[in-house]
Design a protein around this ligand. Structure first.
Ligand SMILES: [Zn+2]
Length: 306
């Protein structure tokens, strides 16, 4: 008999039933600044992170996926301390982000060795820490195509997915490029029900979302509150339309906090926004609490367990 599926957090395994209400794509400690040189794009204040995440706890949040990869400054030990201080279940990512962030190894190592690095982090833990990743990603493409190196990383991520059963979460922003990601993952034989296409709410064309859903993958609206990409009203409208079409089993929500200006301390809406303001917008459109629970408790529990 196969071992029972667990959810793998930075503090160890938990039972899927214990996960609770979950944000599926966030960042706590994250360094995008090293590439963009925009000071706003550096989260490196652990004490502030704990204070901000306590507001998420107060809003009913119980867990989050920390989608930061090593090339964006992932810090497993810091995530473990934050989990201890907040009581949040934190599911940590692994892999590589997108072309401008890649280290030289992406060119130098064979694809299967890149896969082996992810497999080791998922099954044994990050070297020197013993802290295990619980999800693959965020695995991205920079523009509206997968570069040669991005295709290599996607293929390696696919092989790590098949070897472990872990979920795979992507970054596909501003273009309908999640379909190109699905093509590569499908070519590698990945089970589409283990795949989450991220940032779908940065490209609000329903045909795009339906193509992902019909392929069997999850559509994730994970930039909620980022009104410079799309106003939440447009986001809510598109989301409710997908619900009306019957897709609630394959929808996920989050807010991708990764800028200082996202935090409450800097005047942003913070980590609680999905479960407060955005939930209220969905309720005003007739979405019931059972559906909100399905999307933010039951769907995360299903996709994160392996
Ligand atoms: Zn992200």
């Amino acid at each position: 008999m196969p071992a029972a599926e667990k959810i793998h957090t930075v503090l160890g395994e938990i039972e899927p039933a214990d996960l609770g209400r979950t944000l599926m794509h966030e960042h706590i400690i994250c360094d995008i600044y090293r590439v963009t040189e925009r000071l706003n794009e550096l989260l490196n204040d652990e004490a502030l992170a704990v204070a901000e995440l306590k507001l998420l706890r107060q809003a009913g949040g119980s867990a989050l996926v920390e989608a930061t990869t090593p090339d964006m400054g992932r810090d497993p030990a810091a995530l473990r301390r934050v989990a201890e201080q907040t009581g949040l279940h934190i599911i940590m990512g692994c892999g590589w982000y997108r072309q401008p962030y890649y280290p030289p190894e992406i060119d130098q190592l064979p694809t299967n060795q890149l896969a082996d690095i992810m497999i080791a982090e998922l099954s044994e833990g990050v070297r020197g820490t013993g802290i295990r990743a619980g999800i693959i990603g965020e695995i991205g493409v920079n523009l509206d195509y997968a570069s040669a190196q991005e295709e290599r990383v996607l293929r390696a991520a696919a092989r790590a997915q098949k070897a472990t059963g872990a979920p795979l979460t992507t970054h596909a922003s501003m273009y309908p490029v999640g379909l190109a990601q699905l093509d590569i993952l499908r070519d590698e034989g990945v089970d589409m029900s283990r795949v989450i296409i991220g940032h779908c709410d940065t490209y609000l064309e329903q045909a795009y979302h339906l193509a992902i859903l019909e392929a069997g993958a999850y559509v994730q609206f994970d930039t909620v509150g980022r009104n410079h990409m799309n106003p939440d009203a447009r986001r809510a409208e598109a989301f409710v339309e997908l619900l009306r079409l019957g897709w609630r089993e394959q929808l996920l929500l989050s807010s991708d906090r990764c800028f200082r200006s996202d935090l409450r301390a800097f005047g942003g809406v913070g980590y609680a926004h999905v479960f407060t303001t955005f939930f209220d917008m969905l309720r005003a459109e007739g979405v019931d609490d059972a559906t909100l629970d399905k999307i933010t408790i039951e769907n995360p529990r299903r996709v994160l367990a392996w």
